[in-house]
Design a protein around this ligand. Structure first.
Ligand SMILES: [Zn+2]
Length: 473
């Protein structure tokens, strides 16, 4: 349904502030809620590609109805049954003419992990407001992000805002599964999405402490995911006549060596900033150790203490490889012919998975044991928080949440941002939605986002899109 708004025909100077009229923000909050409900109602899972495409087409239609030229709002995909929305908000150089600055990409995804009615307290595919929260599958991951990008494109266009560079919204269809959409766009359709850097609504956020904003997180790096099969083989035989050589023993001895091995401490720029800034929010030995690992070179004893205290700190400070599955033998009364472990490695950004494989083989220390890769890793260089990005984020965080620190984080999982980084486009995860860090329900039951936090993030994106493109205060 087309909204009844007065389209402002005033065109402000490139880079000038949006001509926000009093009372309009509430209109756009209402529009955001309406779009949110529309998206949540679409069960846009991998098994229901028709719904993912419907979500893409709904966002395309809203942008075109708001006044974006149809040729600037396209739905493209390597798979005909899916659709990725690419929408270009065209900029102008100050004083007119084509922009001199490269575009910025704004990323979010339209698909969700499925949810079963029987697992939830209510229908996951109906947006609900209960006790200060929006509930529904995708409220957090990542339909709020889709709404924040689309609604602010519409608001800025209607307010007559002219960015000083192109802003490109990229809403992907398969982030939760293959990420084929973003891979295709950065590799095959670079003309559509090429950008100086990207802001990803699907990562980063803010931490609430006792209900109050405490830390503003920007995701600036992701670990690289690579899985190996480690396989010992043996001719086998009758278990009544055991021999010293045994596939299960060979494999378990190799795994025992792996269990005692730690990859070297590696504190990249993102982790250095993370620990350096987090020290102020900790006390005692932890604070001292956080400052010590943020030094160059990092203090190894401090790193060891932090790693022993917290699997998260351990994962931030090291590449890790851990056994996750085991399969061996074929009969109770036979010597095993095969014993296989699955070893999942999370490689720090900037490290080469080939080198990790070499180290893994050395640790296993048995040339008769086969090591094969299960997946092809996608390298992902970190995107350190440079002056440009901090100059955009810091003033907005200060306006909205005075005194709050911006702390970069590195995810141990992977988002579409991984593939954009791999293609040479730095990516910053800036969802700007605050929540309780110990109550993340993405992919889980009764997923929710605070209503105030949802609208605060909408306002954050409104200001950020302007700051990214020459506007704002
Ligand atoms: Zn997501």
């Amino acid at each position: 349904m087309k909204r009844c708004v007065i389209l402002l025909t005033v065109v402000v100077l490139a880079g000038g502030p949006a001509t926000a009229a009093a009372g309009q923000q509430a209109d756009y909050e209402q529009l955001a809620r309406e779009m949110y409900a529309e998206l949540i109602a679409l069960r846009s899972t991998a098994d229901m590609p028709g719904n993912v495409k419907a979500a893409a087409e709904a966002m395309q239609r809203r942008l075109i109805d708001a006044g974006f030229p149809a040729e600037d709002v396209v739905v493209v995909s390597p798979h005909p049954e899916l659709g990725n929305v690419v929408a270009r908000f065209r900029g102008q150089a100050p004083g007119g003419g084509p922009p001199t600055k490269a575009p910025v990409m704004l990323m979010a995804h339209l698909d969700v992990v499925d949810a079963l009615r029987s697992d939830w307290e209510f229908d996951p595919f109906e947006l609900r407001e209960i006790d200060g929260y929006f509930y529904g599958r995708g409220t957090d991951d990542n339909k709020a992000g889709v709404v924040h990008i689309v609604v602010n494109f519409i608001r800025l266009l209607e307010e007559g805002y002219v960015p000083d560079r192109d802003l490109i919204a990229v809403l992907t269809a398969d982030e939760e599964t293959s990420s084929d959409g973003i891979k295709y766009l950065v590799r095959e359709r670079r003309d559509l999405v090429d950008a100086a850097f990207a802001i990803n609504a699907d990562a980063g956020g803010g931490e609430l402490f006792n209900g109050e904003p405490n830390i503003f997180n920007v995701q600036a790096g992701e670990k690289i995911y690579v899985t190996f099969h480690v396989t010992a083989t043996n001719p086998g035989g009758h278990s009544s006549r055991p021999r010293p050589d045994n596939a299960i023993y060979d494999l378990t001895m190799a795994l025992a060596r792996l269990s005692e091995f730690t990859f070297p401490v590696d504190v990249g720029e993102v982790a250095r900033l993370y620990f350096g800034r987090s020290a102020a929010f900790n006390d005692g030995q932890t604070a001292v150790d956080m400052r010590a690992v943020a030094q160059d070179p990092p203090d190894r004893e401090a790193a060891a203490r932090l790693s022993a205290d917290s699997p998260f700190f351990n994962a931030v400070l090291h590449t890790t490889c851990v056994a996750t599955r085991l399969a061996a033998g074929h009969a109770d009364n036979a010597l095993p012919q095969t014993a296989q472990a699955t070893v999942n490695c999370r490689v720090l950004p900037g490290q080469n998975p080939d080198d990790i494989e070499v180290t893994l083989r050395e640790v296993i220390g048995n040339d008769d044991i086969e090591v094969t890769r299960v997946n092809t890793p996608t390298a992902s260089d970190p995107s350190p928080l440079n002056d440009e990005i901090m100059g955009i984020l810091e003033p907005i965080v200060e306006e909205m949440w005075p005194g709050l620190p911006i702390i970069p984080t590195m995810s141990t999982g992977a988002t579409d941002g991984n593939y954009a980084r791999n293609a040479g486009i730095p990516v910053y995860g800036v969802a700007a939605i605050f929540g309780d860090p110990n109550d993340s329900r993405a992919h889980g039951q009764n997923e929710r986002v605070g209503i105030k936090e949802f609208y605060d993030a909408q306002e954050f994106w409104y200001r950020m899109l302007q700051r990214l493109s020459g506007g704002g205060k």
